[in-house]
Design a protein around this ligand. Structure first.
Ligand code: HMG
Ligand code: MG
Length: 298
């Protein structure tokens, strides 16, 4: 049987918008965060503290974090690849920081300019500092089923990375299908590899929908008992270092699936569709959510 409740992190403001070519004003990002929390999202990945030369769209991290009106009970997370990023982030009081590694060496190099082993060395002091400051720590694991440069990724490599993350004190991890190539059994193998090092409550699914498999992969994860997922409102996004990869699975579509299964999310689908409609209008293109398009056409 499936879990009775699912916790969703909307990563739209960060994963969703990081790849936008046109600058999205901080005020729009702030409004998006506001609408997401109004819709009942209790975890929002707001921004990242990365090099503005690498990811210009996230250069307004301070403005967004300082400008949003925090709501009690909502956890705001941010990406921090190294101590420099952490030191900048901590000024904005995130509830959780995210170190982000990859199961693929080539992707690690392209995305964060270092090997997997070096990335862990950089993450270790970040994790230690966050924990000392009482900030929660999540670890994103990219390319857990496939890599744009290396192709298929074996579950052993996911287990290896998960073990390294556990070793430096990361509290929970995301099993990410960065380029959306996964199919249910492959995703389950990546999750099972992660479960060698983390409990089921510490593992989340992060699926991009490039090949249209993300909802199937969500269902396959639920079968294993996974109850934490990441998705982007309106299906926003794509990673700048994963060419051709589309956005995360749309939060609206995941919520529709879950509610249809009788699984509680705490999210108001209509309000979520409004949030998706807002950002889609700001970006000047139709929503990537099938559910949102269907509901709006009614
Ligand atoms: P680097 O060039 O190796 O870093 O980049 P460095 O330490 O040699 O420093 C070079 C310059 O960057 C210096 O500035 C540093 O100060 C600056 P300069 O002296 O040349 O003016 N710098 C920074 N500036 C701001 N914030 C920082 C920072 N660190 C150094 N934190 C680095 C290494 C990691 C910084 C770089 O590769 C980078 O920023 N990469 C961005 C990666 C990224 O954001 N990718 C997208 C997010 S990951 C993702 O989307 C996947 C995920 O969704 C899961 C999935 O789907 O798979 C999470
Ligand atoms: Mg992602």
């Amino acid at each position: 049987s499936y879990p009775s409740r699912v916790q969703i992190i909307d990563v739209g403001p960060r994963d969703g918008l990081q790849n936008e070519k046109q600058p999205v004003p901080a005020a729009v990002k702030i409004e998006l965060v506001q609408r997401l929390q109004t819709a009942g999202l209790t975890e929002i990945e707001v921004t990242s503290y990365v090099s503005p030369k690498w990811v210009p769209q996230m250069a307004d991290n301070h403005a967004v974090m300082q400008g949003m009106a925090r709501q009690a009970g909502v956890r705001y997370s941010v990406l921090t690849p190294n101590l420099k990023g952490y030191e900048a982030a901590v000024l904005d009081q995130p509830d959780e920081i995210v170190v982000f590694g990859a199961a693929s060496e080539a992707f690690s190099q392209r995305n964060i300019n270092c090997s997997i082993a070096e990335s862990i060395e950089r993450f270790a002091p970040v994790v230690a500092a966050a924990k000392a400051a009482g900030i929660a720590v999540r670890g994103a694991m990219s390319c857990t089923v496939g890599c744009p440069y290396e192709g298929d990724i074996a579950p052993e490599r996911v287990a290896y990375l998960a073990g390294l993350m556990k070793g430096i004190g990361v509290e929970r991890v995301d099993v990410a299908d960065t380029i959306g190539v996964g199919t249910p059994r492959k995703v389950q193998a990546a999750i099972e590899a992660t479960l060698q090092h983390f409990g089921i409550n510490q593992v989340s699914g992060h699926f991009h929908d490039t090949y249209g498999q993300a909802l199937s992969n969500t269902l396959a994860s639920l079968e294993l008992g996974v109850w934490n997922f990441q998705s982007s409102v309106a299906g926003l996004g794509g990673c700048p270092y994963a060419k051709g990869a589309t956005g995360n699975v749309a939060t609206e579509d995941v919520v529709y699936l879950l509610h249809g299964l009788g699984i509680d999310t705490g999210i108001d689908l209509d309000a979520l569709v409004d949030a998706g409609q807002y950002i889609s209008e700001q970006l000047g293109r139709p929503s990537g959510s099938r559910v949102a398009r269907a509901l709006l056409a009614k």
